[in-house]
Design a protein around this ligand. Structure first.
Ligand SMILES: Cc1cc2nc3c(=O)[nH]c(=O)nc-3n(C[C@H](O)[C@H](O)[C@H](O)COP(=O)(O)OP(=O)(O)OC[C@H]3O[C@@H](n4cnc5c(N)ncnc54)[C@H](O)[C@@H]3O)c2cc1C
Length: 401
């Protein structure tokens, strides 16, 4: 049985493990965190990824835990509403909290996949017949293939492809998200306040029992310690200090938040998603950034295609990885372009464009092209033709070592 080590147990990793075990492979997932990571922001699905969820048999489970968000409201400093966007603009066809999705994927695969938590790959050495992997824990094991599903700052990519600086393209923005009190009493909705180059907002989550605060800002490259949350919070506070609306209250929430995300808004661009017996899936291979709204769809579809191509090539990884590159390229490019286009609208750079945006959103419901945002994002979500990979054997239990 072909053995595959997958690094990362978020979205792409468990989704890939699901398909691999269905095709008769033996997947092992190694995750740096001590358990599946809960919480996090809302992520959404559009287009082809909905079909993949259905083929995985988890569409209804995701629907059951969907956020069911309504329109997003844009407000002035005084809180007065200036514009609204339809649910489809922010929440796609189906939206769920990232942690809830990870739960569903873990539950789906835990019985058939070996999971190793609290560990990471320290070294990979490839030869003709396989890959020798040394783990941080000191264990050494051999696998037929190794897949990096370990996100924007992928460890596997660094080990097999080289330094991140060669592949990462910053879009010139930073994003921060944390859980706060739903102090505005938002009911399945969110509010956004802008000044040029900065977007701050809050949206309700978990049936309005809590809210997420989001802070996005334009900035040249910042130097900071990626493990120092206190220093990162200080950056956010400095960026948003002195702003009106609910910003002081949201910054209070940020200081004591139970969770915290901060990173540059960046994309990963590679000519090929593999090097020999090592390949990448999801953000590790082709991160489109949060501004695309397509990262989760890319991860789910990418996992489906990668496993499907391995199956179609009868396990010949050279042929499969080449086909995977070809099938994903156009889809990845469309999703990445959507982030570049979307940035102008989500984080307007000038007072003038901010006015244009709000006016456009205000008029949108009355214009003949009122559904343009939904249609454009659906077009991107469907910018891949899904192959039906034949010959799925019955689901089987993989014995745990
Ligand atoms: C603020 C924000 C908002 C977003 N909004 C949306 C949205 O609305 N719609 C959407 O589709 N997408 C959205 N995304 C993007 C989406 O979250 C990602 O595209 C998606 O999670 C990618 O999944 P992934 O499995 O490839 O990587 P990730 O979710 O990044 O997971 C990587 C996993 O690898 C693990 N890992 C990292 N390093 C190691 C290591 N050395 N060893 C072992 N494990 C490791 C991590 O702990 C993590 O579990 C958003 C992202 C952010 C940050």
């Amino acid at each position: 049985m072909t053995t595959v080590l997958i690094s990362g147990a978020s979205v792409a990793g468990p989704a890939l493990a699901y398909w691999l075990q269905r095709y008769g492979y033996r997947p092992t997932v190694v995750e740096r965190a001590p358990a599946p990571r809960p919480g996090g922001y809302a992520v959404d699905f559009r287009g082809a990824s909905m079909t993949v969820l259905e083929r995985m048999g988890i569409l209804s489970a995701v629907e059951e835990r969907a956020t069911r968000m309504g329109a997003m409201t844009y407000v002035k400093e005084t809180g007065k509403v200036t514009a609204k966007t339809s649910p489809a603009a922010f929440s796609g066809e189906l939206e769920i909290l990232r942690g809830d999705l990870v739960d569903i994927l873990y539950e789906l695969t835990a019985g058939t996949t070996e999971y190793i938590f609290d560990d990471s790959i320290a070294a990979v050495t490839q030869d003709e017949s396989g890959v020798e992997v040394v783990f941080d824990s000191g264990t050494t094991r051999r696998f037929d293939l190794v897949i990096g599903a370990d996100g924007l700052h992928s460890n596997v990519r660094r080990l097999a492809f080289g330094a991140e600086s060669s592949y990462i393209h910053d879009l010139g923005y930073y994003a921060s998200v944390c859980t706060v009190e739903n102090h505005l009493g938002l009911d399945h909705t969110g509010q956004i306040f802008n000044v040029p180059g900065k977007t701050v907002g809050t949206y309700s989550a978990r049936s309005n029992t809590e809210a997420k605060a989001l802070f996005y800002f334009a900035s040249p490259d910042l130097t900071y310690d990626r493990r120092d949350a206190t220093a990162q919070k200080a950056i956010v506070e400095e960026q948003f200090a002195g702003l009106g609306w609910e910003v002081p209250k949201l910054l209070d929430g940020l200081r004591t938040a139970p969770d915290f995300y901060f990173d540059s808004i960046s994309q990963i661009k590679l000519d090929s998603y593999s090097r020999g017996r090592v390949a990448l899936v999801g953000d590790a291979g082709y991160c489109a950034s949060p501004l695309s709204g397509m990262g989760t769809s890319l991860a789910i579809v990418g996992a489906y295609v990668l496993a499907g191509e391995l199956h179609a090539a009868g396990g010949d990884h050279v042929r499969a990885f080449a086909a995977y590159d070809v099938r994903m390229k156009g889809f990845v490019e469309a999703c990445q372009q959507q982030a570049v286009d979307g940035a102008r609208w989500f984080i307007p750079a000038s007072k003038w464009f901010l006015k244009v945006r709000n006016l456009t959103y205000r008029l949108m419901p009355y214009l003949p092209w009122r559904n343009v945002i939904r249609e454009m994002s659906l077009k991107v979500g469907n910018a891949i033709e899904l192959t039906t990979y034949e010959g799925l054997p019955q689901q089987h239990e993989v014995p745990r070592p």
